[in-house]
Design a binder for this molecule. Structure first.
Ligand code: SF4
Length: 75
């Protein structure tokens, strides 16, 4: 089990729907219309996967902070 995750938001993909910020406000907020993670490296939490899965353009990636393994979105 991962002990830390790294959250990334592709600013070229994000279309500013704010769904992620609505799903996980403790992890995402909109800055100038684009989603920005509040913290890049975080403790694993299901709500982060929910946010990544709910993004309509798959702009959010979640990786294991230790070995960079892709956790979300599922391939
Ligand atoms: S859900 Fe996706 S498109 Fe919408 S604000 Fe978040 S990252 Fe951007």
């Amino acid at each position: 089990m991962s002990t830390a995750w790294r959250i990334g938001v592709d600013s070229h993909r994000c279309i500013g729907t704010s769904i992620c910020a609505g799903t996980a406000p403790e992890h995402f907020r909109l800055v100038d219309g684009l989603s920005t993670p509040l913290a890049e490296v975080v403790a694993p939490a299901e709500v982060i996967l929910d946010a990544a899965d709910s993004c309509p353009v798959e702009a959010i990636t979640v990786r294991d902070a230790t070995d960079d393994r892709l956790i979300a979105p599922e391939e």
